[in-house]
Design a protein around this ligand. Structure first.
Ligand SMILES: [Zn+2]
Ligand SMILES: [Zn+2]
Length: 112
Protein backbone atom coordinates (compact mmCIF):
# COMPACT_ATOMS: atom_id res chain seq x y z
CA UNK A 1 0.00 0.00 0.00
CA UNK A 2 2.81 2.42 0.85
CA UNK A 3 4.37 1.69 -2.51
CA UNK A 4 1.14 2.66 -4.22
CA UNK A 5 0.89 5.90 -2.28
CA UNK A 6 4.52 6.70 -3.07
CA UNK A 7 3.81 6.00 -6.74
CA UNK A 8 0.88 8.41 -6.56
CA UNK A 9 3.06 11.22 -5.33
CA UNK A 10 5.72 10.42 -7.89
CA UNK A 11 3.04 10.94 -10.53
CA UNK A 12 3.16 7.34 -11.71
CA UNK A 13 0.03 5.44 -12.49
CA UNK A 14 -0.75 2.53 -10.18
CA UNK A 15 -1.15 0.29 -13.23
CA UNK A 16 2.54 -0.35 -13.42
CA UNK A 17 3.99 0.74 -10.14
CA UNK A 18 1.51 -0.50 -7.57
CA UNK A 19 2.54 -3.26 -5.24
CA UNK A 20 0.83 -6.62 -5.02
CA UNK A 21 1.25 -7.36 -8.71
CA UNK A 22 1.45 -10.90 -9.93
CA UNK A 23 5.02 -12.01 -10.66
CA UNK A 24 3.69 -13.03 -14.06
CA UNK A 25 2.54 -9.50 -14.90
CA UNK A 26 5.87 -8.47 -16.44
CA UNK A 27 5.72 -11.39 -18.83
CA UNK A 28 2.03 -10.94 -19.69
CA UNK A 29 2.63 -7.22 -20.27
CA UNK A 30 5.60 -7.86 -22.56
CA UNK A 31 3.68 -10.49 -24.52
CA UNK A 32 0.74 -8.11 -24.95
CA UNK A 33 3.03 -5.41 -26.35
CA UNK A 34 4.45 -7.86 -28.88
CA UNK A 35 0.94 -8.67 -30.11
CA UNK A 36 -0.36 -5.09 -29.83
CA UNK A 37 2.60 -2.76 -30.48
CA UNK A 38 0.60 0.42 -31.11
CA UNK A 39 -1.58 2.70 -29.04
CA UNK A 40 -5.20 1.65 -29.44
CA UNK A 41 -6.35 5.29 -29.43
CA UNK A 42 -3.84 7.21 -31.57
CA UNK A 43 -1.92 4.42 -33.29
CA UNK A 44 1.40 5.71 -31.94
CA UNK A 45 4.20 3.32 -31.03
CA UNK A 46 6.15 5.35 -28.48
CA UNK A 47 6.01 5.22 -24.71
CA UNK A 48 3.53 2.34 -24.75
CA UNK A 49 1.75 1.21 -21.62
CA UNK A 50 -0.65 -1.65 -20.98
CA UNK A 51 -3.95 -0.59 -19.46
CA UNK A 52 -6.42 -2.84 -17.63
CA UNK A 53 -9.94 -2.31 -18.93
CA UNK A 54 -11.31 -3.66 -15.63
CA UNK A 55 -8.84 -2.34 -13.05
CA UNK A 56 -6.89 -5.08 -11.34
CA UNK A 57 -7.40 -3.69 -7.84
CA UNK A 58 -11.18 -4.17 -8.13
CA UNK A 59 -10.96 -7.30 -10.29
CA UNK A 60 -7.73 -9.05 -9.23
CA UNK A 61 -8.62 -12.19 -11.17
CA UNK A 62 -8.57 -10.11 -14.38
CA UNK A 63 -5.01 -8.89 -13.93
CA UNK A 64 -3.45 -11.39 -16.34
CA UNK A 65 -6.47 -11.87 -18.61
CA UNK A 66 -5.34 -10.97 -22.17
CA UNK A 67 -8.81 -9.76 -23.13
CA UNK A 68 -8.71 -7.29 -20.26
CA UNK A 69 -5.64 -5.50 -21.62
CA UNK A 70 -5.33 -2.68 -24.10
CA UNK A 71 -2.21 -0.84 -25.31
CA UNK A 72 -2.31 2.92 -24.74
CA UNK A 73 0.54 5.39 -25.03
CA UNK A 74 1.88 7.38 -22.13
CA UNK A 75 1.78 10.54 -24.24
CA UNK A 76 -1.71 11.28 -22.98
CA UNK A 77 -3.90 8.48 -24.32
CA UNK A 78 -3.53 6.25 -21.27
CA UNK A 79 -4.61 8.97 -18.86
CA UNK A 80 -7.14 10.55 -21.19
CA UNK A 81 -8.95 7.48 -22.51
CA UNK A 82 -8.09 4.81 -19.94
CA UNK A 83 -8.73 6.93 -16.87
CA UNK A 84 -10.84 9.91 -18.02
CA UNK A 85 -8.06 12.32 -17.13
CA UNK A 86 -7.64 11.15 -13.54
CA UNK A 87 -5.59 8.10 -12.50
CA UNK A 88 -8.10 7.36 -9.77
CA UNK A 89 -10.86 6.90 -12.32
CA UNK A 90 -11.41 3.98 -14.69
CA UNK A 91 -13.04 4.49 -18.04
CA UNK A 92 -15.16 1.37 -18.50
CA UNK A 93 -15.89 2.31 -22.12
CA UNK A 94 -12.23 2.79 -23.07
CA UNK A 95 -12.49 0.45 -26.09
CA UNK A 96 -15.58 2.20 -27.43
CA UNK A 97 -14.05 5.65 -26.88
CA UNK A 98 -10.83 4.67 -28.67
CA UNK A 99 -12.77 3.28 -31.62
CA UNK A 100 -14.68 6.58 -31.90
CA UNK A 101 -11.40 8.54 -31.82
CA UNK A 102 -9.91 6.37 -34.56
CA UNK A 103 -13.02 6.62 -36.69
CA UNK A 104 -13.07 10.41 -36.33
CA UNK A 105 -9.38 10.64 -37.28
CA UNK A 106 -9.86 8.40 -40.28
CA UNK A 107 -12.66 10.59 -41.61
CA UNK A 108 -10.76 13.78 -40.85
CA UNK A 109 -7.90 12.39 -42.95
CA UNK A 110 -10.32 11.68 -45.81
CA UNK A 111 -11.63 15.25 -45.70
CA UNK A 112 -8.09 16.62 -45.92
ZN1 LIG B 1 -1.83 7.22 -27.96
ZN1 LIG C 1 -4.54 2.29 -16.99
Amino acid sequence: MLGRIAAWFAGKQPDQYGDGRSPRWRHVRAAHLVDHPTCFACGGNEDLEVHHICDYSTYPSMELEPDNLVTLCGKGCHLRYGHNGNWRRINKSVIFDCLIVRLAEKHAAVIE
